[in-house]
Design a binder for this molecule. Structure first.
Ligand code: UGA
Length: 435
């Protein structure tokens, strides 16, 4: 049966969950403290760039199954299922800050007017769901409720595809009643045989961290392999392809790049290391992956300096600022480290990106910006490709060569064909590729 749901927090995860759960036939209210955002969401305008979400937002607003509000008390009192999707930013020691979660718990206590299931969607440290349960029990001893951990695995840029076709759903729960409610909430996926894994709270919390940390390790691994391939004259694309043919390894997430970024891998790897420290378990594999990733970001400018000497006064154009394609998100993007290193080197920096210019310009007003790639490349001495946007994969090399001062490309994502670029007179540097 369809449920009355509220989703607290309309950031990335909360927004997609609200839109997706209403599309499954549930009645959903998205809650946020930002009235401007709520206003624009109620008009069907997305506050972020995420392909494919807008039609779902509009459709479900029109059907009356989806609405947004700042009135948390009303939304909580009218809902049977409460999804927590508020921020859990990292503290200085790498552990997660749960202040926003605690504030929502206080609001839930005031509105516990019947049995409710509180579902944690935000990525939270191991032990948080038990802590939420105990806090609620302490503050509302006569309240009837269950707590569920339901981590989210969607990727930015592919959110719709991942929400409607997940590889699996993870539900950490303690009672049969909570399990039944979650089967109802996700009935559309459940009847389509999406695997639903039921486990305890701690297991669900760890599954999320283990998955992100493993992928981060995989990326750091292939980046190191690319560095080594460069040094010995090997080709990392072929290495990754052959490795991926081994079903135990799989070919996914074996693409070398400028180091992983975004709001998830950097934060979650730090958080799991902090959890290990708390329980005196040395998470040395993940620690090394974090360290390798930090170094990888700084290898980019270093490699240019090794190859071309001083960069002082050179005009360097960055193609791509977002931490990956199909997003305007620049959080922990490697472009930040690259620009910091370039500023230190005395280079002149020109930047372009299909979606992320505004966010980046707010952080680095001293660089020059142009939405048009060729305008940004005009008179450049070196072009660094940092984000794997499709439009860069097919960039017109002839036009690029015509507008640049020196024909040098550093393709950190390996998205061009080295032989084609070289045939057109470019000095081409890749990341562990030869031809
Ligand atoms: C990641 C996970 O993939 C999602 O499953 C998870 O739900 C999400 O974090 C989260 O915890 O919320 P996301 O951060 O959106 O998703 O982006 P990814 O596609 O995983 O990429 C992360 C970073 O790794 C990007 O900087 C990307 O360019 C880089 N990457 C990815 C590589 O350098 N090489 C690869 O082969 C894959």
């Amino acid at each position: 049966m369809a449920k009355e749901i509220c989703v607290i927090g309309t950031g990335y995860v909360g927004l997609i969950a609200a839109v997706g759960l209403s599309d499954f036939g549930n009645y959903v209210t998205g809650v946020d403290i930002d009235p401007k955002k709520i206003d624009s969401l109620n008009k069907g305008i997305l506050p972020i760039y995420e392909p494919g979400v807008e039609p779902y937002l509009k459709r479900n607003l029109q059907s009356g199954r989806l609405k947004f509000t700042v009135d948390i008390d009303k939304a909580l009192s009218e809902s049977q299922v409460i999804f927590l999707a508020v921020g859990t930013p990292p503290k200085k020691d790498g552990s997660a800050d749960l202040a926003q979660v605690e504030s929502v718990i206080n609001s839930i206590v005031k509105n516990l007017n019947g049995y409710k299931v509180i579902v944690t969607k935000s990525t939270v440290p191991v032990g948080t769901n038990r802590w939420i349960y105990e806090k609620l029990k302490e503050k509302a001893p006569t309240g009837t409720f269950d707590v569920v951990s339901n981590p989210e695995f969607l990727r930015e840029g592919k959110a719709i595809q991942d929400f409607f076709h997940p590889d699996r759903l993870v539900v950490g729960h303690e009672t049969g009643k909570a399990r039944e409610v979650m089967e109802d909430v996700y009935r559309s996926l459940f009847i389509n045989q999406t695997p639903m894994l039921f486990c305890n709270w701690e297991t669900a919390e760890l599954i999320k961290y283990a998955s992100n940390a493993f992928l981060a390790v995989k990326i750091s691994f292939i980046n190191e392999m690319a560095n080594l391939a460069d040094a010995v004259g090997g080709d990392v694309k072929q290495i990754a392809k052959a490795m991926g043919m081994d079903g135990r390894i799989s070919s996914k997430f074996l693409h070398p790049g400028p180091g992983y970024g975004g709001s998830c891998f950097p934060k979650d790897t730090q958080a799991i290391v902090a959890t290990g420290k708390k329980y005196q378990i040395d998470m040395s594999v993940i620690r090394q992956a974090i360290d390798a990733n930090e170094k990888q970001k700084h290898l980019i400018v270093k490699k240019l300096q090794e190859q071309f000497g001083t960069l002082e006064g050179k005009k360097i154009t960055l193609l791509g600022l977002a931490f990956k394609a199909e997003t305007d998100d620049i959080r922990e993007s490697s472009a930040i480290a690259v620009v910091e290193d370039l500023l230190e080197s005395g280079a002149q920096i020109s930047c372009t990106d299909p979606q992320a210019i505004d966010n980046f310009q707010a952080m680095f007003p001293q660089c020059s910006y142009n939405r048009d790639s060729f305008e940004a490349l005009t008179d450049a001495d070196i072009c660094i490709i940092l984000t794997d946007w499709n439009e860069y994969r097919n960039i017109d090399l002839q036009e690029m060569g015509r507008v640049m001062n020196e024909k040098v490309i550093f393709d950190v994502r390996n998205i061009l064909k080295p032989s084609s670029a070289r045939a057109m007179g470019f000095t081409y540097l890749g990341h562990g590729v030869q031809s």
